[in-house]
Design a protein around this ligand. Structure first.
Ligand code: ZN
Length: 316
């Protein structure tokens, strides 16, 4: 076994195996996402673009020594959050693949969503401007999927087999992972956060736990998370532990009759207090409550951001 943990968490391109690379972008907090490159004979496949055009251009330049002879022909967008596809316009000539659920969600998850948050008054806007300040959303041309699939797709990238598997809904409505069997490399998109708190926008969290189990069964040697450093499967287990913990803690409080906001203030983060973006628990509790009570009225994104901001010390 090769020493997987030896992949340093530094910005830029990291070779994992003969055909697999990771583009890592520390520190992995809001918007600082990773991407992947799978090479084959005469062509490559890119797993995700980044949050804005300049960041994506920098990444593509950083990959040019590989893509000069093995140009990117295919892009897979793991899910609909902008930090995984707002740079797509630079790859407009490629086949852009997403699950059908992701492609549908992309239609309402364009940069206007972020601009709306940035323009809010009070603590919500202050928080949004704090976390999104490093990125440029002014001139993004939303470039969406040109090919969709339902559950699974197997691709041949110049002789390298690539499996795209939609394990959502969990983090979002569609959450695809990209697995390269010959290399035992798994690119997880945001089904895995390392060092940060996962956030279940779509849920159910029980399906996210099942997705963790599906990822572990693939027995990858290198796991590239959507955010954070490259890990082994132990990293998936750690995040699974957070998900089952939040499920248990929220369920207990739901059964006591507490509202999601009361539960959010009552839960002690304990062993998870060190994770970044602790405020995301506000949405994770909602995801558990929605699963327990499908009739519960959905809280809109603005209000969720207000609650997260509040937990992270931004309040009106
Ligand atoms: Zn992300």
């Amino acid at each position: 076994m090769t020493p997987k943990a030896a992949i340093p968490y530094t910005k830029g391109l990291h070779q994992l195996t003969d055909h697999c690379h990771a583009w890592l972008v520390p520190d992995g907090t809001w918007g600082w996402s990773n991407a992947g490159l799978v090479t084959g004979s005469g062509e490559s496949l890119l797993v995700d673009t980044l949050f804005d055009v300049a960041l994506t251009r920098e990444m593509l330049d950083g990959m040019s020594s590989l893509t000069r002879d093995q140009p990117i022909r295919t892009v897979v967008n793991s899910h609909s959050n902008g930090d995984h596809w707002y740079g797509n316009e630079l790859l407009a000539g490629c086949e852009i693949i997403a699950s059908r659920a992701t492609a549908e969600e992309m239609a309402t998850a364009g940069p206007d969503l972020i601009r709306g948050l940035l323009g809010q008054d009070g603590a919500t806007g202050e928080f949004a401007r704090h976390i999104f300040k490093p990125f440029d959303f002014t001139n993004i041309q939303p470039t969406v999927a040109t090919r969709t699939f339902e559950d699974e797709l197997t691709l041949n990238v110049g002789g390298t087999e690539v499996q795209v598997i939609n394990l959502g809904p969990a983090h979002t409505e569609g959450d695809s992972v990209v697995f390269v069997p010959s290399e035992r490399v798994l690119y997880t998109g945001d089904l895995l956060f390392i060092g940060g708190t996962p956030i279940s926008w779509a849920g159910p969290i029980s399906n996210w736990v099942a997705a963790c189990d599906r990822m572990i069964v693939l027995e990858p040697e290198f796991v590239v998370p959507g955010h954070g450093p490259v890990v082994e499967t132990a990293g998936i287990l750690q995040m699974r532990d957070y998900l089952t913990w939040v499920q248990d803690e929220a369920t207990k409080r739901h059964n006591k009759g507490m509202s999601p906001e009361e539960a959010m203030r009552d839960i002690n983060l304990g062993r998870f207090a060190e994770l970044d973006e602790r405020g995301r628990i506000a949405q994770n509790i909602l995801a558990v409550y929605y699963e327990l009570d499908p009739t519960l009225e959905r809280v809109d994104t603005l209000e969720v951001f207000r609650r997260i901001a509040d937990l992270e010390g931004f309040s009106d």
